[in-house]
Design a protein around this ligand. Structure first.
Ligand SMILES: [Zn+2]
Length: 249
């Protein structure tokens, strides 16, 4: 049959969270979650495809483009259609951010402290720039709140991941005979296992040396030895102590 999925290539543009409208949002953010920073290390396909678009002020509070345009038209009836469209697009861009699936699902139910219509109503009579600055300041405050909430939740989730999830999933994978040498879980191990702040700093200083020595093979920090992170090369299974020497740059 000609319409067999094996014959016809899937149209990637149907992935609404990644292409079309979303593509511009992810382009602005560099493909980095604006709430937790996920995706800032590598351009990783498995992480990128989990990205979503988050509205700082959602549809229920007038945060969609058509609603922004309507609110501007009502508040500034003298504004030319061209200026109004341009301003609405700018505000829409400031209102839409890239969020990883975790951050999106943990913050999307929150109501913003101010509705978009309200923010626009309160904007001063002035140039389009003045109006934009006023609304953007409200959006920045909402972004800051969402960021701190995501950080707060991630801290607890990370602890659970490190202490409970990693060991049990590694056991499960070993039992299934599945290699655990790929994926963010193993990379997270290097960064996130240490709970003490000072220990975390040390590990991040050593990480380039660890990575350089082991190349692209994934690592799991399993413990510390004399205060130095011990690293398991999950492909070979060998255990090593992280090289504390400076990395020369
Ligand atoms: Zn995130």
């Amino acid at each position: 049959m000609s319409d067999s999925p094996l014959v016809n290539q899937y149209d990637y543009r149907n992935c609404q969270s990644l292409f079309g409208y979303a593509a511009a949002v992810h382009q602005r953010s560099g493909g980095i979650c604006q709430l937790c920073g996920a995706g800032s290390n590598d351009l990783d396909f498995d992480l990128w495809r989990q990205l979503t678009v988050e509205h700082l002020i959602g549809e229920s509070q007038g945060g969609y483009l058509r609603q922004i345009s309507a609110a501007l038209a009502q508040r500034f009836p003298g504004m030319s259609p061209t200026s109004l469209t341009a301003l609405a697009r700018r505000i829409d861009a400031a209102n839409t951010i890239t969020a990883c699936s975790f951050c999106n699902s943990t913050t999307s139910r929150n109501r913003a402290p101010v509705a978009m219509t309200e923010a626009i109503q309160r904007a001063p009579d002035g140039s389009a720039e003045d109006i934009y600055e006023h609304v953007a300041a409200d959006l920045q405050a909402i972004l800051a709140t969402k960021r701190s909430e995501a950080r707060w939740k991630l801290e607890a989730v990370r602890k659970a991941f490190d202490s409970l999830v990693v060991p049990s999933l590694l056991d499960a994978r070993a039992a299934l005979g599945v290699s655990s040498s790929h994926g963010s879980a193993t990379r997270f191990g290097v960064w996130l296992l240490p709970t003490a702040r000072h220990q975390k700093r040390r590990i991040s200083r050593w990480q380039p040396a660890i990575e350089r020595r082991c190349g692209s093979e994934a690592l799991i920090t399993s413990s510390t030895w004399l205060g130095r992170p011990q690293v398991r090369n999950s492909r070979s299974g060998s255990l090593a102590v992280a090289d504390p020497r400076p990395t020369g740059g």
